[in-house]
Write a protein that binds this ligand. Structure first.
Ligand code: DC
Length: 240
């Protein structure tokens, strides 16, 4: 709900935030967007929505033509809206914001997001959202593929142990040794799949500002990203 007055320096800007799972991207992007009066575009949620629909339709996730049929279904049904807690996702009239975050979708989403047809479909949609500016996009390839001309590109990282602890706490579970080791395995598997794929892999843009969030609180993270964007925009506006 971009009702806040946008600071002059930021007007029209496109900010991208990429990084691995658990690096703090989503929370940071959401809070930064709220602070700036920007729209928040959670690109991971879009890959998750395709995965949920494909799973519901019993699609073979390895077959690109079958996934293309799912994308056709998505076209008329997929919708997002800005909610207080972030971007809400709808399929037809159904709010699937919670259903796209189950462990099952966590497991399946990397396979779906590796398909070029899926990426092309969603990247097009994401670029349309970014075209008007005043937007924070968050994902894996938003600074490299979706908006390579973005005004300020952030790459967040954090240690594997800290990322696993955050994921477990998000789910309200206790971070004892066993679940922690299991979560680290899951994250490593997803990191490998996200970084190793041929299309839109997770990587830093050459001009990205890298911030390690391992020891930062949420407030500190948002502040660090805000300052980094401010510096980048000042330099840019000054140069231009
Ligand atoms: O950020 P997330 O965990 O909600 O993302 C879910 C998955 O979607 C992630 O494992 C990889 C994929 N993804 C992607 O391929 N490209 C993006 N820009 C965002 C997410």
């Amino acid at each position: 709900m971009p009702s806040r007055r946008i600071p002059d320096l930021f007007r029209g800007a496109v900010i991208t935030i990429d990084g691995p799972a658990g690096s703090g991207k989503s929370t940071t992007a959401r809070l930064l967007a709220a602070r700036l009066g920007f729209e928040y575009v959670d690109t991971g949620a879009m890959y998750r929505a395709v995965t949920l629909l494909a799973d519901r339709l019993g699609t073979d996730l390895d077959r690109e033509p079958d996934l293309e049929a799912v994308l056709k279904e998505m076209e008329g049904r997929f919708r997002t809206a800005q909610g207080d807690g972030g971007m809400r996702v709808y399929l037809g009239g159904e709010d699937v914001t919670d259903q796209i975050r189950t462990p099952r979708i966590d497991r399946l989403v990397s396979a779906v997001s590796a398909h070029p047809a899926v990426r092309a479909f969603l990247v097009k949609w994401q670029r349309q959202r970014a075209a008007a500016g005043n937007v924070v996009l968050e994902g894996r390839d938003t600074g490299t593929v979706v908006c390579p001309g973005g005004d300020a590109k952030i790459y967040l990282e954090a240690s594997l142990g800290e990322r696993a602890r955050r994921r477990i706490r998000e789910r309200g579970e206790s971070d004892d040794a066993r679940p922690l080791a299991q979560e680290e395995d899951n994250l490593q598997r997803r990191d490998r799949a996200d970084s190793g794929r041929a299309h839109g892999p997770l990587r830093q843009a050459a001009d990205a500002i890298v911030i390690d969030t391992s020891t930062l609180s949420i407030e500190e993270q948002v502040e660090a990203v805000f300052r980094a964007c401010e510096n980048r925009l000042r330099a840019k506006r000054g140069d231009g």
